[in-house]
Design a protein around this ligand. Structure first.
Ligand SMILES: NC(=O)C1=CN([C@@H]2O[C@H](COP(=O)(O)OP(=O)(O)OC[C@H]3O[C@@H](n4cnc5c(N)ncnc54)[C@H](OP(=O)(O)O)[C@@H]3O)[C@@H](O)[C@H]2O)C=CC1
Ligand SMILES: N[C@@H](C=O)C(=O)O
Length: 252
């Protein structure tokens, strides 16, 4: 039986960085399975990874047939999943009423539904002592005007992750919600296509390498939530103290 890591959103940004660091930091893996839509980007990543076999699964996680495909591959290969990273996701900023219905529903579909379904399909293959990384965000700490739907999807990811962590604690599976602030990736090409990015986001922009490295350290310490950097740790404390409607007012 093969020991694998499975990473969604592996063609870019945080997911891609997870693949690189998993290959270096987790010994004894036979394969890393990588999921995203852009096959060419996954091929480039495969070439870059030395020492661990990379298996490409070009899937669109907003399409129903992709889940059937994943279910079948898992049933056929019956791998032991040592690490699952759910990093596929996107966000669109701007007021809710000016957003397209497709974008609003798409964020829920990918950031919540796909994350949940991939976790559900993979869970039967997850072994004792394994790790599950769920990409949430600091946007999940409080309601965020102009990132209304996105922030709500990330609150879901965070809540889902913390509750699942408790359910799986008896099996020694470590589940962690990764909640960084702004991270320098392709995410912002799409998120702020329609408007100027807020200045404080530019100031707080983090390096994906550091965010992932911190997440891996935190998961090994069995933390429930990984938050990178002083600014975001402070933001989290403020969001715990103040009511959501106050935070929304300040941010709005
Ligand atoms: N960057 C940031 O500031 C932060 C990001 N996050 C979260 O981290 C996660 C990764 O984001 P980040 O790396 O920054 O963003 P990127 O845009 O760099 O990466 C997003 C990844 O999701 C994949 N993806 C997008 N749509 C689909 C789809 N329909 N099916 C399958 N895969 C898809 C993309 O691959 P492809 O296009 O090839 O399908 C890509 O690999 C997201 O959940 C994001 O919300 C959290 C906090 C901060
Ligand atoms: N945390 C970032 C996205 O998830 C942001 O605040 O833009």
């Amino acid at each position: 039986m093969r020991d694998i890591a499975l990473v969604t959103g592996a063609s870019s940004g945080i997911g891609k960085e997870f693949v690189r660091q998993i290959a270096k930091k987790y010994k004894g893996l036979d394969e890393i399975w990588v999921i995203a839509r852009r096959k060419d980007k996954l091929r480039e990543l495969k070439k870059e990874i030395i020492g661990t076999r990379v298996r490409i699964l070009p899937l669109d996680l907003m399409k129903e047939e992709s889940f059937e495909r994943l279910r079948k591959v898992l049933a056929k290969e019956r791998p032991t999943v040592r690490i699952l990273v759910n990093a596929s996701g996107f966000g669109i900023s701007g007021s809710f009423e000016h957003q397209t219905e497709e974008d609003a529903a798409g964020m829920i579909r990918l950031n919540c539904e796909a994350l949940t379904r991939v976790t559900y399909l993979v869970l039967p293959y997850v072994s004792r002592g394994s790790f599950i990384y769920q990409m949430a965000s600091s946007a999940g700490f409080a309601p965020q005007p102009d990132f209304t739907v996105y922030a709500a999807t990330k609150a879901y990811a965070k809540s889902f992750s913390i509750a699942l962590r408790q359910e799986l604690s008896g099996q020694e599976v470590k589940v962690i919600a990764v909640c960084p602030g702004p991270v320098k990736t392709e995410f912002f090409d799409r998120a702020y296509e329609q408007e100027e990015m807020k200045f404080y986001k530019k100031l707080a922009m983090a390096d994906p390498k550091r965010v992932v490295s911190k997440a891996i350290r935190d998961a090994r310490k069995n933390k429930a939530v990984s938050v990178y950097g002083f600014t975001m740790k402070t933001t989290r404390i403020i969001c715990k103290i103040l009511p959501g409607k106050w935070i929304a007012k300040i941010m709005g």
